[in-house]
Design a protein around this ligand. Structure first.
Ligand SMILES: Cc1ncc(COP(=O)(O)O)c(C=O)c1O
Length: 396
């Protein structure tokens, strides 16, 4: 099919939920670059929305996946799976968690975490089931996770929503304290909100939530689906706060592009699940866990956490220069390589994104007046210089 035929096919057969697609038929990629079917080159500063941590076609990931595919893509969780064992061991050793369960997506990881919370209190003979989440959060599109998501635009069309969720302002400890009732089972937050506009949690907020949870017998869940796996410069964002949750959820970058998610918990919580409580046909299969293991090992072998810290700093410096030079560029926020640029109210972020697209850069608008950058962890100074120069041209 040519470009026009592909678009026509999509318009005719795909449900109308991604109506504003860009005129790019992403065909193949290499490193930071993705190529259109007709050969046009784009530098991807969004990494497939925080997924392609190693960029496109990283040779180690490609060869590990090829080798795995030749052996087995899938068998079943009825049997033992070697790459699953490697990945579970690595994730548990690198985190403060004790046990995990593999899923296929972020929403499923959060859904599993929410089920685990309910089972934990049921096991402990307590009638706790309510979950407090934050305004502007994003936790997924399944019925429970869309209800947990603190943004009405995602929730409203699907009412009536499942009961047991309460949303309070983000970074507002007092609001969380006041929302706690005898039924509160969990507080779920993103250490750095992604879809809500790239807002890091304040140190005192996460520390306060931990204290609150300890005092009131509540489980603390960190949704690190977007901010985990090196995005903020450490494998997990919680490490930078020194605050340990009871449950962590991950997805996006974990498989380097192959769909995989996971929820991990402290032993006492994880042990609430017993045979039959949860399951997944595909979750943790050979292909996905091989991709996850290779992605994580490559992050370590190639010092990509350090690169994320260094390049994050460099990018903030370069973007800050724009805020000094240009009135319409107001501020830079975020952590590591999870950054947003706040523009003035007269500048539509969507228009800037379109113009950057025309210049061969992929970014997105995370709010009406804010641009988001989630580059692969392999990004270098040259890529950043190119992006900032293009931005400067577009904005002037
Ligand atoms: C913080 C967070 N949680 C959950 C999700 C849902 O993940 P998925 O789209 O893989 O279901 C996302 C996706 O953007 C996310 O950013």
């Amino acid at each position: 099919m040519n470009k026009e035929e592909i678009k026509a096919c999509n318009d005719k057969y795909f449900m109308n939920v991604f109506s504003g697609r860009y005129p790019l038929v992403a065909d193949h990629g290499q490193g930071m670059k993705v190529y259109d079917k007709e050969g046009e080159e784009y530098i991807d500063f969004l990494a497939g929305i925080g997924v392609n941590a190693l960029g496109y076609s990283h040779p180690k990931l490609v060869s590990a996946i090829k080798e795995q595919v030749e052996k087995a893509i899938h068998s079943s969780n009825l049997y033992y799976i070697e790459p699953q064992a490697y990945l579970e061991k690595l994730l548990i050793e690198k985190s403060c968690m004790d046990k995990l369960f593999f899923t296929n997506s972020g929403a499923e990881a959060n859904e599993g975490a929410l089920k685990l919370v309910r089972k934990y209190y049921r096991m402990n003979k307590k009638r706790k089931f309510e979950v407090i989440t934050a305004e502007n959060s994003f936790h997924g599109r399944s019925l429970a996770t869309v209800t947990a998501t603190g943004q009405d635009k995602y929730r409203a069309p699907f009412q009536p929503l499942p009961p047991g969720f309460e949303t309070v302002p983000f970074n507002d400890l007092k609001a969380a304290q006041e929302a706690v009732t005898a039924d509160t089972a969990a507080i779920m937050v993103e250490p750095v909100q992604g879809e809500g506009g790239v807002y890091p949690a304040e140190q005192a907020y996460l520390e306060g939530l931990r204290e609150l949870c300890d005092a009131k017998d509540i489980l603390l869940i960190f949704d690190e689906i977007q901010c985990g796996i090196g995005r903020t410069g450490s494998l997990f964002a919680y490490e930078q706060y020194g605050v340990e949750p009871d449950i962590i959820t991950l997805a996006k970058a974990l498989g380097g592009g192959v769909p995989i998610g996971v929820f991990m918990a402290k032993k006492e919580v994880a042990d609430a699940f017993s045979p039959g409580d949860h399951g997944s046909t595909f979750g943790g299969n050979h292909l996905a866990t091989q991709a996850g293991y290779t992605t994580l090992m490559t992050i370590y072998e190639e010092n990509l956490l350090e690169n994320a810290r260094k390049m994050g700093k460099y990018m903030v410096q370069r973007l800050n220069k724009l805020t000094e030079k240009m009135e319409m560029v107001q501020s830079v926020r975020g952590r590591g390589l999870m950054l947003a640029l706040q523009l003035s109210e007269d500048i539509e972020a969507g228009e800037v994104v379109n113009k950057m697209f025309d210049k061969g850069y992929l970014i997105n608008a995370v709010q009406e007046h804010a641009l988001r950058f989630l580059p692969p962890l392999i990004v270098d100074e040259e890529h950043i210089d190119g992006l900032v120069e293009a931005l400067q041209e577009v904005l002037s």
